[in-house]
Ligand binder design. Structure first.
Ligand SMILES: Nc1ncnc2c1ncn2[C@@H]1O[C@H](COP(=O)(O)OP(=O)(O)O)[C@@H](O)[C@H]1O
Ligand SMILES: [Mg+2]
Length: 382
């Protein structure tokens, strides 16, 4: 288990401003689970991982790993990195090019405080290489491995000391698209087999959605929403999360009235829309209605029912193999939608666009998200 409470880490940047890279972050990764921090570049993911690994000293908060407190500002605890039961894979892999595959994996054992015999090292390294199916390549130089193999080598090195938890910082981002997809599956299989508590960091929403038990979406040093992938995808609680998690359509409007069960009517740019609401919205509030491309339904003629149906015209139709990627124009608004091949609509055709009320969600309008760096407070204000 990993437990983080009120973690704060600030840096002083070039203009001597203090930046809150991690700002009162709290979360728990339950035993054996795969937990992902997802967010844009600069939101504080790597800094959070480095604090957990002991590579950064936080300003305040508490960190518990596998039942022991490894950092606490309250009681002055700071366990050094090499004594934390953690394996980490860095974004760059940090593989030593002048060493063989075997020696790369053996390295953490040789520098460790515990003295291991040559036989023990041999055994542990072989086991780790076997886990990632590199047992045949021990004598190769690390640089002679393919991208995917280097990634697996980094993983073997993280596992060789049999850590209680695994920290992975964008481990797949250097691989090409095909390989990345395969490694996603491999990595998740390995994690399941070892039942090792894993904290994963990525800016790639597909990676996060497909691999995680729980996702925490981060923005500017703060966790803005936490939940299982399906919940994050289906019920984003802010415009930022909706935008970041998937390509969504956004329609501006104003909440006209509330209805039963967290629903309401919105006067929008494309007319009246019945929508689900997120907590706390009141009539008159400025909202943005989000609806995902795969939920939009197109009709060639006016459908019998009239709920959330708007007349428009086909702006673009693109054949993408698995589906048609279409843009529909509704007055000033352009919506993206995915449709099956069967749909015979061409550019310029009139079309009736159905935005199923169950798939429309009104969210409070947010100020554009500011990167952490722009949230600086002067250092002397501390
Ligand atoms: N060593 C450092 N010195 C100064 N600022 C840093 C340092 N490391 C990170 N930062 C800043 O902290 C913020 C979070 O960075 P980081 O944790 O690397 O984000 P992410 O991994 O989500 O891309 C950024 O604004 C970054 O510029
Ligand atoms: Mg990073």
């Amino acid at each position: 288990m990993i437990r983080i409470a009120s973690l704060v880490k600030t840096f002083v940047d070039r203009s001597a401003e203090r930046v809150r890279a991690v700002d009162e972050v709290s979360f728990t990764v339950e035993e054996g689970r795969f937990y992902t921090l997802l967010g844009p570049s600069g939101c504080g993911k790597t800094t959070t991982l480095r604090c957990i690994a002991g590579l950064e000293r936080p300003d305040s908060g508490e960190i518990e790993v596998a039942g022991s407190v490894v950092y606490s500002s309250g009681s002055g605890v700071f366990v050094p990195a090499y004594r934390r039961p953690i394996g980490m894979v860095f974004q760059s892999y940090a593989i030593w090019p002048h060493l063989t595959v075997f020696e790369n994996v053996a390295f953490p054992l040789r520098v460790g405080k515990q003295r291991l015999s040559g036989g023990e090292i041999q055994k542990k390294v072989s086991q780790a290489l076997e886990l990632v199916e590199l047992q045949e390549l021990g004598t190769r130089m690390a640089t002679q491995l393919s991208g995917g193999q280097q990634q697996r080598l980094a993983l073997a090195r993280a596992l060789v000391r049999e850590p209680q938890v695994l920290l992975l910082d964008e481990p797949l981002s250097n691989l090409d698209a095909k390989l990345r997809e395969r490694m996603r599956v491999e990595l998740r299989e390995l994690q399941r087999r070892l039942r090792i508590t894993t904290l994963y960091v990525t800016h790639d929403q597909i990676e996060a959605l497909s691999m995680s038990n729980v996702i925490a979406v981060m923005s500017a040093g703060v966790i803005v929403q936490e939940g299982p992938p399906r919940e994050i995808y289906m019920h984003p609680r802010s415009q930022f999360v909706a935008q970041f998690i998937g390509s969504t359509n956004q329609i501006e409007g104003k909440l006209r009235k509330l209805e039963d069960g967290d629903r309401g009517l919105v006067d929008s740019e494309v007319g009246e829309l019945a929508c689900g609401l997120t907590g706390g919205l009141l009539p008159g509030a400025k909202v943005v209605v989000v609806v995902r491309p795969e939920d939009v339904v197109l009709h060639k003629s006016r459908p019998a029912h009239s709920g959330n149906v708007v007349e428009g015209s086909m702006a673009t139709v693109m054949f993408l193999g698995e589906y048609l990627d279409c843009t529909v124009q509704l007055g000033r608004v352009f919506l993206r939608t995915h449709q099956s091949h069967g749909l015979e609509l061409r550019r310029g055709d009139a079309v009736w666009v159905e935005l199923p009320p169950a798939d429309c969600m009104a969210l409070p309008v947010q100020e554009p998200v500011i990167a952490a760096a722009n949230q600086a407070v002067p250092a002397e204000a501390e």
